[in-house]
Write a protein that binds this ligand. Structure first.
Ligand code: COA
Ligand code: AMP
Length: 637
């Protein structure tokens, strides 16, 4: 029986209930979580537009992810499968084993003086030690801040300076397909750049490259694990669990703060109702722990829900086997896969007829979820045809931490409309507003906003920057959270997310700021002005291109300068920016008042002739782009 007193919970009913009486709805959902003390109220709105979920409640996230499952008989169930084609490793950890390692790591961190509320930066590749480190922090109430391994030292330094960690946990190296990337030198460079210095760095030594350690400062991960296991430290539901930095509209990243209690409730509710998962089943989020998807659905969601999670160190393609994903699904009997559309575009390019799919037994596999960028209907339909399972596009952001718009399969699957991310998820009251704040009718595109309060699990603020949080997200339309996505709701109530309204672009599902890249280009001594914009790419969805005008009198070879600029973005932001196109032009398209018309650049680059089946990294495509720009009046000098 549902709480509505009769009919089975449907998407429509649950959504109505969640908006009509959020306290009751989320209070019921909270019964799935272990609390040491119950909340005073489900929702405290006295500080509106800032809200607290479950104030007064006391809990521990690690306890909910590990200890209680061991206590309740899941000790011998596999909690984590580490599958790493780049190191030819497959290793499993039961809940009991994972708990032991996490408790020892937590004990080691306590031994280094890390206590509740201290920050710990984690800069690691996709290894189980990264998951252990995250859970160890949550065990002792320390706030982790994971930084994606593909970011350059300068980006890492900005995050270190903002989070001010007592300890940084890293690894000697990462492995990118067939290239070893020493992480420790990048970390050292970042610490040099940062005005804040950590007391210690804990380094996980990998056999592919061992890092020299500095005595007194650097600590070997393996010695940390000889520590006595630490118990769970009780924290307030409203205390921060983690900070995750994400691209903002300037070069300064935004520190999204996630609480403990609301996050636990939302994440476990979503495992059941959005993804239709049962405890004991196997969930694979093919992302990276450095992104929000990794936090929510490699680490916390599956473990809190008592599932087995897969940690995959590799690419969807590019390994010797274009069937890499199908091998993992079949070998580990994965029930549900979650990844970005870009992974499927890459697979499709390698294996358009799905020949590799048919080589594997995918009988346990029942659903594919896609998010991180707009999914083109063609890719979605291809995946449906090849896999013969429902393919569900769903929409969310680092800020929300879980889906805003989805086909909640736990509430009964709704008909799929390719290109749409189905309906607003229970908890989210979504509206589409015009520039004046008027609500738009069905089918009309506008700014997508969420009426406050946001449901549990969403960001509570930006790290130590309440006023920036209010300014960025809450001030444009008072009473609403601004998503910075544009789109519409159709006659059937389906949500269509069409693109960002700010300078954020999505490159292979990775969120990047073109403003941050422009800052890097503008810092080159020869550049007078520049513009970076995202243009279509057949695999990565979007890739950045930069157009630069040089200062008067610069006579150096333009091709050399272009290469310097490409390298500069790679060095300052990281390879993940995929910045491979820098073109020097005579002028930039501008309005009369001098505003750069980025849309015009995009239109030229996205022009039909330019849209070939190749990606923009292909030299032939690049030459075509030069010609297109030239024809449009922006030639090289
Ligand atoms: N450390 C260091 N460098 C990294 C890195 C890391 N953790 N992750 C990526 N990079 C580098 C890559 O080696 C590449 O460098 P290159 O320019 O020298 O080739 C660059 O950053 C871009 O990486 P990526 O965007 O992953 O592109 P790719 O061409 O290597 O692979 C895909 C493209 C689609 C195959 C790959 O992105 C993929 O499998 N994606 C799956 C889903 C996903 O990642 N989702 C994220 C959000 S849900
Ligand atoms: P991130 O914070 O990295 O998760 O990126 C969030 C942004 O990615 C959103 O604001 C959207 O612009 C985009 N995005 C994520 N999922 C989708 C989706 N399913 N459809 C369209 N855009 C999406």
């Amino acid at each position: 029986m549902s709480a509505t007193g009769g009919s089975a919970p449907s998407h429509a009913n649950e959504h109505r209930r969640s908006i009509g009486d959020p306290e009751r709805f989320w209070g019921e959902a909270a019964s799935g979580i272990s609390w040491s003390r119950r909340w005073n109220r489900v929702l405290d709105d006295s500080g509106s537009p800032m809200f607290d979920w479950f104030p007064g409640a006391i809990t521990n996230t690690c306890y909910n992810a590990l200890d209680r499952h061991v206590e309740n008989g899941r000790g011998d169930q596999t909690a984590l499968i580490y599958d790493s084609p780049v190191t030819s490793t497959v290793r499993t950890y039961t809940y009991r084993e994972l708990l032991d390692l996490v408790a020892r790591c937590a004990g080691g961190l306590s031994g280094l003086g890390v206590t509740k509320g201290d920050r710990v930066v984690i800069y690691m590749p996709m290894v189980p030690e990264a998951v252990i480190a995250m859970l160890a922090c949550s065990r002792i109430g320390a706030i982790h801040s994971v930084v994606f391994g593909g970011f350059a030292p300068r980006e890492l330094a900005t995050r270190i300076a903002d989070a001010r960690p007592k300890v940084i946990i890293s690894a000697s190296c990462g492995i990118e397909v067939n290239r070893v990337i020493p992480y420790k030198p990048l970390l050292d460079a970042a610490i040099d750049l940062s005005p804040w210095k950590p007391e210690h760095c804990v380094i996980f030594q990998r056999s592919q490259w061992e890092a020299p350690l500095t005595e007194g400062i650097d600590i070997d991960w393996s010695s940390l694990l000889t520590s006595e296991p630490a118990g769970c430290v009780q924290v307030n539901a409203t205390d921060p669990l983690y900070i995750l930095y994400t691209s903002g509209t300037t070069g300064v990243p935004k520190g999204v703060v996630r609480d403990n209690g609301g996050h636990l409730v939302a994440i476990s509710w979503s495992m059941k109702q959005v993804y239709g998962m049962k405890p004991g089943e196997i969930f694979w989020a093919a992302s990276d722990i450095g992104w929000v998807v990794g936090h929510s659905y490699i680490v916390y969601g599956p473990l809190v829900h008592g599932c087995t999670t897969v940690l995959y160190e590799g690419k969807s393609v590019g390994t010797p086997d274009p069937g890499a994903f199908w091998r993992v699904i079949s070998e580990h009997k994965v029930n549900v896969l979650f990844t970005a559309p870009t992974a499927f575009r890459a697979i499709r390019r390698e294996d358009p007829e799905g020949e590799y799919i048919s080589k594997y037994d995918l009988s346990a596999f029942r659903m594919l979820f896609l998010a991180g960028e707009r999914c083109d209907p063609e890719t979605l339909s291809w995946a449906e045809r090849m896999l013969r399972v429902p393919v569900i596009d769903h929409w969310w952001q680092t800020e929300t931490g879980w889906a805003i718009g989805a086909n909640c399969v736990g509430l009964g699957i709704l008909p799929v409309k390719p290109g749409s991310c189905t309906k607003p998820v229970p908890g989210y009251d979504i509206r589409v507003l015009d520039e004046e704040g008027e609500e738009l009718p069905a089918g009309k595109t506008g700014n997508i906003v969420i009426r406050l309060p946001l449901p549990p699990g969403c960001l509570t603020t930006l790290w130590e920057k309440d006023s920036d949080y209010r300014k960025t997200y809450l001030s444009r339309y008072p009473g609403y959270y601004l998503t910075s996505d544009a789109g519409f709701i159709d006659e059937d109530g389906y949500l269509w997310i069409m693109g960002r309204t700010d300078d954020i672009i999505n490159v292979a599902g990775h969120r990047l700021s073109t403003g941050a890249m422009e800052e890097v280009l503008a810092s080159h001594p020869d550049v007078a002005e520049c513009a970076v914009t995202g243009v279509k790419d057949t695999v990565k969805g979007e890739v950045p291109i930069g157009l630069m005008v040089l200062k008067a009198g610069v006579n150096r070879d333009h091709r050399v300068i272009e290469q310097e600029l490409i390298l500069r973005v790679r060095e300052k932001i990281g390879p993940i920016a995929s910045f491979k196109v820098a073109l020097i032009t005579k002028r930039l398209p501008k309005t009369r008042s001098g505003k750069i018309l980025r849309g015009t650049i995009k239109k030229i680059a996205d022009g039909t002739e330019f849209r070939t089946p190749a990606t923009i990294e292909d030299p032939a495509v690049l030459d075509e782009l030069r010609e297109q720009l030239s024809a449009a009046g922006f030639p090289r000098k």
